[in-house]
Design a binder for this molecule. Sequence first.
Ligand SMILES: NC(=O)c1ccc[n+]([C@@H]2O[C@H](COP(=O)([O-])OP(=O)(O)OC[C@H]3O[C@@H](n4cnc5c(N)ncnc54)[C@H](OP(=O)(O)O)[C@@H]3O)[C@@H](O)[C@H]2O)c1
Length: 326
Amino acid sequence: MNLTVRIERYGAPEVLQLVDFPATEPGPSEVRLRHTAIGLNFIDTYQRSGLYPIPLPSGLGQEAAGEITAVGPGVSEFQVGDRVAYAGGPLGAYSEARTLPVAKLVKLPAAVSDEAAAALMLKGMTAFYLLHLSYAVKPGDALLVHAAAGGVGSVLVPWAKHLGARVIGTVGSAAKARLARDAGCDEVILYREQDFAAEVKRLTAGRGVDVVYDSVGKDTFIGSLDALKRRGMLVTYGNASGKAPPFEPVLLAEKGSLFITRPTLAHYTTTREELDTAANALFDVLARNIVAPQIDQRYGLSEVARAHTELETRATTGASVLLPGR
Ligand SMILES: NC(=O)c1ccc[n+]([C@@H]2O[C@H](COP(=O)([O-])OP(=O)(O)OC[C@H]3O[C@@H](n4cnc5c(N)ncnc54)[C@H](OP(=O)(O)O)[C@@H]3O)[C@@H](O)[C@H]2O)c1
């Protein structure tokens, strides 16, 4: 028996089925893992709903930690018993065990727990490339981080503070505002109640911020451009409220010769060197306690539909994990 979450059609969380789906023998460059903890990410809901189409039927989930139980022919860099984690690669992390290519696998240092790795590999490597590569944050920069109490937000905020930035966060509730402040936000805006762009301009004496990290998409896109300084950078990296709308490039001129990028983690961790750089940067900030794992929800595999509903209805904070055997 190998409990695995699969979908046969797109739809609401009810399409998530818990079935017995055997993990195959590992082939060349593959290993089999027994998962100890699995990360839940907003992208999983896009793939379930069809916003990001995937070939069906399919497994779901792209982040987990666990122990290697078998290695395929030609695998020399990993051994049975290794503690490992991954983010990205073929879908299918929502399972007790699975077989997958070693391309996205990294060994876990002792200082990083399985739960922390499962919760943060994807979100934390994303925070790394957002803060260092999409835009290189410098001491004194002013940042706006949307959904600052969410999964990626709660990693971005303390890491950006460590880099010496002033961090303004937006959140959907007063309870989330407290969490965002605890994570290190200098100022927090309740963007469901306040015009966040006007508030950012007020907080920055009319200048605007150097960079906006926007994971919300549709609802915040124009406001994010308006919150930027002249020649500022919008990093729009998610669609929690829906995809950002199409726009004419001249809009960027009108709003201050702005820059915009729409990145995705896969293009920043394509090579083994890029993957190791991002993973090691994450393990370093975890080991030095610069970023503390904020795991606020834990679910069993059989509770996956509830987990998706809570993530999509803004009922979660920090990161969520699925724990096989719970
Ligand atoms: N491009 C990349 O490489 C990359 C990598 C990882 C994640 N992402 C994206 O980053 C975003 C955050 O991912 P996550 O897993 O960490 O999720 P999350 O931030 O934990 O959850 C999403 C949050 O977005 C906010 N939100 C605003 N409007 C919303 C709406 N209409 N519906 C639902 N939520 C809304 C909510 O916070 P408030 O209640 O505070 O508004 C909610 O808690 C997602 O869009 C994801 O796709 C992109």
